[in-house]
Write a new protein. Structure first.
Length: 173
């Protein structure tokens, strides 16, 4: 089942990277797609009957997602991370299940540290990639909007969704 669900997951993760890099948002519909894919992933793993997988894999995976969401909410309330980042972490915790969530969170933390160290390079990358995005937004205004990282009201902080996606990709290898 993983082989069928991995390409859609990677596509959604790529869309999240683009959105977080240029707009500093992680769309809720993308997070919901990951939750759906995670549930299907947990139900499709193993050789047991569906009721057994529900108890042995899906419920612990959902509990992992809720635990990540609860702890993340406390961090969010402290102003240290965005709500979209927390929702994305929780959704991916469902995908990875209770056994691999810890590895995923450690990989994400390491990727976040690397992202923070590379922030000057990331800013340069944004400056290079924003003009083509603005050009596309001018040509297709109903499909693409001007990146928020391009105007004078540029959001501050790290696009931590990039680190979360990197942590997920490390775990998917």
């Amino acid at each position: 089942m993983t082989a069928l669900l991995l390409p859609p997951l990677l596509l959604v993760l790529a869309c999240i990277c683009i959105s977080d890099l240029f707009y500093r948002t992680i769309p809720n519909r993308m997070v919901l797609l990951i939750v759906l894919l995670g549930v299907l992933q947990q139900l499709g793993n193993g050789h047991e009957a569906v009721p057994d997988r529900l108890i042995e894999q899906l419920l612990p995976a959902l509990a992992s997602g809720l635990a990540v969401l609860a702890v993340g909410l406390l961090i969010y309330l402290g102003g240290r991370i965005g709500a979209g980042d927390i929702k994305l972490l929780a959704a991916l915790a469902i995908w990875f299940g209770s056994e691999d969530t810890q590895v995923f969170l450690v990989a994400t933390a390491l990727a976040g540290g690397a992202l923070a160290l590379g922030l000057p390079l990331l800013n340069a990358l944004e400056r290079q990639l924003c003009p083509p995005m603005v050009w596309l937004a001018q040509r297709f205004p109903t499909a693409i909007s001007v990146p928020t990282t391009y105007d004078e009201h540029r959001p501050v902080g790290l696009p931590y969704g990039l680190a979360i996606v990197t942590g997920a990709c490390i775990c998917l290898l």
